[in-house]
Design a protein around this ligand. Structure first.
Ligand SMILES: [Zn+2]
Ligand SMILES: [Zn+2]
Length: 277
């Protein structure tokens, strides 16, 4: 008992075949409600490719507001207001400080079509340690609530940037780094994650101060004691197969690479053990 992760965008803002900007869909049931983790440009289009009906999207959780992670908030609003779509269900939006401004300032440029009247905004409040989160009970996930927990990471010092942990019925847990540097708080948040979805923007040799590489992503997953590592958010200067190889020098568990349209099952260790039995 867990959930499904569908990759909508495994790339960055720079053009790359098969790798759109950041967007991920989470669903606990094949036809049930969908939570989007980030909503970069191309996410709405990618929903079509993934066979996810717009009406299933009930929540968007943002890591931060660099454009490659958030710009399709406006496309989503525009699509949901289209008369051909009918009556849209409520949409819950969760993200760091800046979400309200992003939402409220849209009409100045786009008119009212750029603002979703059926959306509810939640700017995440963080405690002194930079931790926050919320519990969601509305979409059931086979009877148990989804728990969302986040921590501020060091991707940006100017703006709040978050990594997210999502827990599902049965105990399966996903860690999504969003964009981050090699911040130990991310490993703490991801402790024991069944799937550790880590940005892997550039090769080790590039030594990016504000992003992860194969080795630094693998170190976070290892320090978290994660079961499985999925690398994503590939800029054009990194080759996913080589990244996987490099990460395997550090992380002993299963390592896979994301690509647009790829689907990953998030299962708790207990699930897998009982199936083997
Ligand atoms: Zn970023
Ligand atoms: Zn990014």
């Amino acid at each position: 008992m867990g959930a499904t992760l569908i990759v909508l965008g495994a790339g960055s803002i720079l053009p790359r075949a098969g790798h759109g900007p950041a967007g991920y869909a989470l669903a606990a049931d094949a036809d049930g409600p969908v939570t989007l983790l980030d909503c970069g440009p191309g996410t709405v289009r990618a929903l079509g490719d993934a066979g996810i009906e717009l009406a299933r999207v009930r929540r968007v959780v943002f890591s931060h507001f660099h454009l490659d992670h958030c710009l399709d908030l406006y496309a989503l609003a525009f699509a949901r207001r289209n008369p051909a779509f009918g009556a849209p269900p409520r949409l819950e939006l969760h993200g760091p400080a800046g979400l309200r401004a992003l939402f409220d300032e849209a009409p100045a440029t786009f008119g009212e079509w750029g603002r979703d009247p059926n959306a509810t905004l939640h700017e995440v409040a963080l405690d002194a340690d930079g931790c926050g989160g919320f519990d969601a009970t509305d979409d059931g996930t086979r009877g148990a609530p989804l728990r969302f927990r986040c921590v501020r990471n060091g991707h940006s010092t100017a703006r709040v940037t978050l990594s997210w942990r999502v827990e599902f019925a049965g105990g399966a847990a996903l860690l999504y780094t969003g964009d981050t540097n090699a911040d130990a708080r991310v490993a703490v948040l991801g402790r024991g994650a069944d799937l550790f979805l880590a940005e892997c923007s550039h090769p080790d040799e590039a030594a990016p101060p504000k992003h992860l590489t194969p080795s630094s992503a693998a170190r976070l997953a290892r320090d978290a004691g994660a079961r499985r590592l999925v690398l994503t958010h590939f800029y054009p200067d990194i080759e996913p197969g080589a990244a996987r190889e490099r990460a395997s020098d550090v992380f002993d568990g299963v390592i896979e690479v994301a690509r647009d349209g790829r689907v990953f099952e998030i299962e708790s260790g207990t699930d897998r053990a009982s199936r083997r039995g």
